[in-house]
Write a protein that binds this ligand. Sequence first.
Ligand SMILES: *[C@@H]1O[C@H](CO)[C@@H](O)[C@H](O)[C@H]1NC(C)=O
Ligand SMILES: *[C@@H]1O[C@H](CO)[C@@H](O)[C@H](O)[C@H]1NC(C)=O
Ligand SMILES: *[C@@H]1O[C@H](CO)[C@@H](O)[C@H](O)[C@H]1NC(C)=O
Length: 316
Amino acid sequence: MNKTLLSLIAFLCAVTFTPSAHATNYGVVISNSEDTSIQIGLVDYLNVSYAPPPSLVITNLVYNSGYYQQSTYNYNTQVLTFIATDPVTQNTFLYTVDCDEWSIINSLSFPGGAELRGLASDQTNNNNPFNIWTTAQTGNGLVIVSKIDQLSLDIVIYDILDGNYYSSTLGSNEDYFVTYGNSSGIFVNVYSTLHHKISEQKFGFSDIAETPKGPINMIYSKFTNTLLATVIVSTDNTSSFSTLAFVDRKSSTFQITTMASFANSIPEANVPDANNLNYVYSVGYVGSQYYLYSYNIYTQLLLNAAPISIPIAAAF
Ligand SMILES: *[C@@H]1O[C@H](CO)[C@@H](O)[C@H](O)[C@H]1NC(C)=O
Ligand SMILES: *[C@@H]1O[C@H](CO)[C@@H](O)[C@H](O)[C@H]1NC(C)=O
Ligand SMILES: *[C@@H]1O[C@H](CO)[C@@H](O)[C@H](O)[C@H]1NC(C)=O
């Protein structure tokens, strides 16, 4: 399996990416700059060679990159919500940003924000209270599934689980999917605002020689009705690559696909195409070079791996 994947990587990199002339597909991205400011702006996923300057800069704060998914975007209201950390005091804040006006709607001190993972906004047309799902990971091994009111910072708890958080996303029917693991295995639970816990399902990995790391950065592609997550596969004791897996609820497996990164690429973010194309984009970096990988979900082909000058930490 690993060898097949590796030879595919080399082959697929030769496939060219030719979106129709003048097609654009803008998405909102968050990055950190070296002078500890958070930069928010647009990139064109079909042409990342042109990196526009950020549309909003928030100084003296950092966005937690890595696998925590501490941000979410409402595509209807163009509202971005994220947790920002003061690198000096480690104090955390909940930011709400209007990505149409490029203005800060709200910034609230949010003690305990560092524990929050997997923010996922309801895709409503209004700003109802309690419209942000999140999962907290406590230091004593509890995973707490909740919704937050982003104005009052009040929290409604939906479930408390034993284990470690892996990833979560808003999926089909606007249900919230949470992946976590403990010594009994890896589970995917599904929640809805009205019905609370809908299901709990134990998952395994599709046939692969060595158990991969993850899954992380789970996303839902509405157009293809597909849940995807990144897994990290070791090729030997010194190198690895990341690849997308289908979260297949029928077979209860994370099905490893050939939508793979370059060797030693560190995964940062996944984003489904929002314009009804059956594409999914992944951001990762090798050394200090960031890449935007574009894949076709149906054929599992890598369409393009474009170097990008913005160190993207979150993408929508
Ligand atoms: C990419 O964007 C740049 C800047 O807008 C533009 O000059 C260039 O023609 C675009 N490339 C393609 C292939 O559309
Ligand atoms: C692991 O999680 C499952 C599902 O929530 C739960 O039933 C089980 O008790 C947990 N196991 C441990 C050892 O905590
Ligand atoms: C890596 O693997 C090689 C060959 O299997 C082995 O000789 C070496 O000791 C391993 N290194 C580490 C750090 O585990």
